[in-house]
Design a protein around this ligand. Structure first.
Ligand SMILES: Cc1cc2nc3c(=O)[nH]c(=O)nc-3n(C[C@H](O)[C@H](O)[C@H](O)COP(=O)(O)O)c2cc1C
Length: 187
C-alpha cells in the first residue's frame, strides 16, 4: 500500500513543520501544512511572499521535516540553518527530525498545492505535551508576523515567551533566549 501523510506524522488540521526548499542555497522556514485527509497524499500550504515561495515558483520540491525541537523552530524562523544542522543534505534532513517527506509542489494563488512523493519515518520519541514547546510556536508565529506583516504584537510574544520559560525544558528556554536576542536587535 502506498504511504499516506499520516505515516509521516502529518495529521488532519494544520501541522507546524520545518519546510525546506532549494534555490541558491538550502532554505529552511517553519510552515503550517494544511491537511484535510491524512489517509491521502495531498496537502496545501499558504505562502506569503518569502524565499520558500520563490524557490517553489522556480521549481523546487518542498521537503517537510517533522521535528519537535524548539531551538530549530526559533532559528529557522529568522534565518536559514547552516549545513552543520543537517544529518543529511540529500534529502535534506535536520538532526533530530522525526520524519521527512518530499512533496511535489504547484503554486495556485496564495497557496501551494502539495503531493506526497516519498518519505521516511526516522524516530519515534515519546514526549508528553509540553506547554512550553507550544508557547514557543505561538511566540514565533506572532514574532514572524510582526516582522513580515509589520503587525505590532509585542505583548503577545512576551506573554508566550514567559510561558515557555515557565513550562519548557532546556530547549524551550534556549529558544526563548534566541527569540529575545533576535527581537532586541530589530530596528
Ligand atoms: C509555526 C510557524 C508557522 C508558519 N507558517 C507559515 C506558513 O504556513 N506560510 C508562510 O508563508 N509563513 C509561515 N510562517 C512564517 C515563516 O516561517 C517566516 O516568515 C520565515 O522567515 C520565512 O522564511 P523564508 O523567507 O526563508 O521562506 C510560519 C512561522 C512559524 C513560526
Amino acid at each position: 500500500m502506498s504511504p499516506s501523510l499520516a505515516d509521516f506524522g502529518l495529521r488532519k488540521g494544520i501541522n507546524e513543520v520545518i519546510g525546506i526548499t532549494k534555490g541558491e542555497w538550502i532554505n529552511t522556514a517553519p510552515l503550517g501544512i494544511i491537511v484535510e485527509d491524512d489517509g491521502g497524499r495531498k496537502a496545501k500550504v499558504r505562502l506569503y511572499s518569502n524565499h520558500t515561495r520563490k524557490n517553489i515558483r522556480n521549481g523546487s520540491p518542498l521537503w517537510i521535516n517533522v521535528i519537535d525541537d524548539a531551538v530549530i523552530f526559533a532559528l529557522a524562523s529568522f534565518k536559514d540553518l547552516e549545513s552543520t544542522f543537517f544529518e543529511s543534505l540529500d534529502p535534506p534532513v535536520i538532526k533530530g527530525a522525526l520524519s521527512w517527506c518530499r512533496m511535489e509542489t504547484e503554486l495556485k494563488g496564495s497557496y501551494a498545492e502539495l503531493e506526497l512523493v516519498e518519505g521516511k519515518l526516522l524516530r519515534k520519541e515519546l514526549r508528553a505535551v509540553n506547554r512550553g514547546f507550544n508557547a514557543i510556536i505561538e511566540a514565533l508565529v506572532h514574532a514572524t508576523r510582526m516582522i513580515s506583516l509589520r503587525k505590532y504584537e509585542k505583548d503577545k510574544v512576551e506573554y508566550y515567551l514567559k510561558l515557555a520559560e515557565k513550562c519548557g525544558g532546556d530547549r524551550e528556554k534556549r529558544a526563548a533566549k534566541i527569540i529575545r536576542e533576535i527581537l532586541s536587535e530589530l530596528p
